[in-house]
Design a protein around this ligand. Structure first.
Ligand code: UDP
Length: 250
């Protein structure tokens, strides 16, 4: 599998991925970069082979979710860093599910890091870098005409299903799924599909067997907080997922 970006027309370049067009207008290629950003791109760097890990982790998790009946935009992994995906119109919301308090939730509410959240929280953030991806309410989403109330209900249902499937799967990898961010889009037929990626860039993942906070973090917080061994932790996440899938391919 090649590491080179495909020789196609670039449609869009984001912080961690590049999206390319293909001969088929309904099919795109996403290329996963090693570039890492945090704090709305105020902190920038690279994580060695992060693109390969995130591409593979996304492909594995989307395949797992598809098996459980969750429609995603993934068609196939076409190289170490590329996924072939269905073109979708992205709903400009980041749907965040939280099982344990961390990150912005702790900062904004004073909840202590590690507080269990039962039932899990489902939150919406506006995908808008200029506004700093603000937290939205249902009323704000309605006022902004981002999506209908019934589609929002479907997003919440899907996010909860993803949480159940992934929490259970990560548990078998001895990883605690603390929180994660999802994006959704509608395809040419109007179907709502899970899109973008699910990876150590977009999830908080804690090593279940470790209680020391600076040691148990296996995700992008290692980069955000300069905890060291960033690339190694990403590799460990991928290895645990792969060995779990090999030992239980069902
Ligand atoms: N997240 C993400 N992209 C964003 C913001 C958040 O993937 O633009 C993920 C983040 O990695 C974490 C979850 O969403 O797993 C919740 O993030 P939070 O709101 O706590 O924000 P942060 O502390 O990351 O700024």
């Amino acid at each position: 599998m090649t590491d080179l970006p495909p020789d196609n027309q670039k449609l869009y370049e984001g912080k961690a991925k590049i999206v390319y067009e293909t001969d088929n207008p309904e099919i795109l290629i996403t290329y996963f970069k090693d570039d890492a950003t945090a704090f709305n791109a105020q902190k920038k760097g690279q994580i060695a082979n992060k693109g390969i890990v995130n591409c593979k982790v996304t492909a594995h998790l989307y395949a797992l979710l598809e098996k459980q009946g969750m429609a995603t935009h993934l068609i196939a992994q076409t190289s170490d860093r590329t996924l072939e995906v269905k073109r979708v119109d992205i709903v400009p919301l980041e749907v965040v599910v939280r099982n344990i308090a961390a990150g912005s939730l702790c900062k904004q509410t004073g909840l202590a890091l590690g507080t269990p959240l039962s039932p899990p929280l489902v939150e919406f953030y506006y995908k808008n870098d200029d506004l700093g991806d603000p937290l939205l309410t249902r009323d704000r989403i309605a006022a902004m005409h981002i999506t209908s109330s019934s589609q929002l209900d479907r997003l919440v249902d899907k996010a909860k299903t993803v949480n159940t499937v992934l929490t259970d799967f990560f548990a078998t990898c001895d990883i605690t799924l603390v929180d994660f961010k999802l994006e959704f889009g509608t395809d040419a037929e109007g179907s709502l599909l899970l899109a973008d990626e699910i990876s150590p860039d977009t999830c908080r993942l804690w090593d279940t067997a470790e209680s020391d906070q600076s040691k148990r973090v296996m995700d992008k917080d290692r980069f955000r907080q300069d905890l060291g061994s960033v690339a190694e932790s990403y590799q460990t996440v991928l290895k645990r997922i792969q060995s779990q899938l090999e030992s239980d391919p069902s």
